[in-house]
Design a protein around this ligand. Sequence first.
Ligand code: ATR
Length: 281
Amino acid sequence: MGDRYAVIGNPIGHTKSPLIHGFFAQETGQDMSYKAIEGPVEPASGFSDSVRSFIAAGGRGMNVTAPFKLEAFAMSDERSERAELSGAVNAMKFENGRIIAENFDGVGLVRDIEVNLHQPMAGKRVLILGAGGAARGALLPFVAARPAELVVTNRHVDKARALVEQVARPLTAAGSLIACGYADLEAMGRFDLVINATSASLTGQLPPVPPSVFSASGSAYELAYGKGLTPFLRLARNAGVQGIADGVGMLVEQAAEAFAWWRGIRPETRTLIDRLTVPLD
Ligand code: ATR
């Protein structure tokens, strides 16, 4: 059976991670298994107990998904800077009795945008909608991609401000990093890239973003995937944006980052992205 890996979440039935890592393992000739584990939400110690029993059974690493990313953060012994900053963990490695933690969501997103969608962020105007866990995970890798301007918008603007302050301190060399409310966006002109990192699309809602933020030659990216043309992507398309994408590439790229971290070999991602892509309309 080889080295053992798993993804843990609740619910977990929808996860594509076993398929993705199974494909990577085959492609790179790695002797390993990868399964899905439904982590118990009750009792409070249920998550850490599940992780520890997986480690005791010889587990080498795990991906972590909702609702356990913060608990994984709390139980880890060592954390990367991006995991530390995002306050959340989506991948763990078990080595010499220690739990080492990472968060590849943001780097996976940046890689999808820059490499797969051919939209380098350096020198560009980038707008992130939302200031929850998804936006927090993306922020450090986004700043590292050196956009000219990075604007974070949230309904509760204090949350956007807190996030920006947290990142701005360690990264003063970045271009301008701004927090604002949706009502301020009208006056801010067009952005080269607009990312929907809110959870609005999960309930079919549209964040209150004015169409004036979109640029026809720019891109709009929806973090959710497999939901077709969400209200956000529809708004972008109606505003004339040609480059619209959902988060399927991010899903595969963050998995590839974790795989490379665990196995020391980076799998090819294009084939799998094409296979998992659900047409937007
Ligand atoms: P998570 O950490 O899992 O991403 P969260 O912290 O609840 O979840 O964050 C959800 C994000 O989506 C928040 O930025 C939220 O905005 P508020 O903080 O102002 O509530 C945003 N969000 C959810 N539904 C939204 C909607 N209909 N329009 C705009 N933003 C929305």
